[in-house]
Design a protein around this ligand. Sequence first.
Ligand code: GA4
Length: 329
Amino acid sequence: MLVLSKPTIEQYSDIRNCIPSTLCSGIPLIDLSKPDSGHLIVKACEEFGFFKVVNHGVPMEFITNLEAKAVRFFSLPLSEKEKAGPPTPLGYGNKSIGLNGDIGWVEYLLFTTNPDSSSQSFLSVFGENQEKFRSALNDYVSAVRKMGCEILEQMADGLKLQPRNVFSKLLMDKQSDSVFRLNHYPPCPELQALNDTNMIGFGEHTDPQIISVLRSNNTSGLQISLRDGSWISVPPDQDSFFINVGDSLQVMTNGRFQSVRHRVLANSMKSRVSMIYFGGPPLSEKIAPLPSLMKGERSLYKEFTWFEYKKTAFNSRLADNRLVNFERI
Ligand code: GA4
């Protein structure tokens, strides 16, 4: 059995010194109640690979219900939480992220969104509350998936793609390999004693899937990288959602959209809780630039299946550029 020793605060030191960031309110904002936002979504994906969504239609009750259950779980003693681990590939994880030595100031639960998956036996950690938890999870994930699909369909309209479900059908597929993640970033009081205030909660990376739909409580921490490599802080907003372009969408648009590099910094005072739906295709799906978006351009990527990409991803470090393995030379 592999036993991972717990990282000490000193072990985080090599990732503490981050470039100072500016607080930004220039993040694109999409009002989903306006049916004709496709061109704005396309512009946001081209310029940032990231945007904020308001009037999203996800019932607040689903959000607060699941968040309360997550907070209750994360407040359990570590020995209880560890009964739902290790997260290989699903379940509870603490500090260690992935399989290749990444660490962060974070604990989390990873789920598949496939309701009849047998690989979610770790949910028994919720004991007699297991069914209530499953139902809160299903309510939330179904509503967020629906919103994600609405965004992808407006995006297809904005790109003048037919049929308009060209992206959303991958998330709606029964075999869709989508993931859901609950993250808890505990306050890190040691930070105040240290002179520089930046410590990594979750290291920089791009998401592998098509789109990610993130909601957090009102604690700051999320940063995105701009095209020039600088980092900006995303002001938290518990009433809105944030959308990331993932690597698969970058490939399907032949690089017209770029997956956004992002990270989370630890906070010395407040806990941050985030819930992220990662909308992915079925494992057997072939990922390649859509011919209708190529307009005579050459394909920047070799065709690959989502399964092949995932195999590479799980052998990589968080900060790696995973798409280089699939670029055409
Ligand atoms: C990043 C996006 C999702 O959180 C995730 C992560 C996954 C994990 O935590 O197990 C990975 C990471 C993510 C990409 C590279 C590999 C796999 C950790 C890691 C080092 C669940 C996912 O799908 O890819």
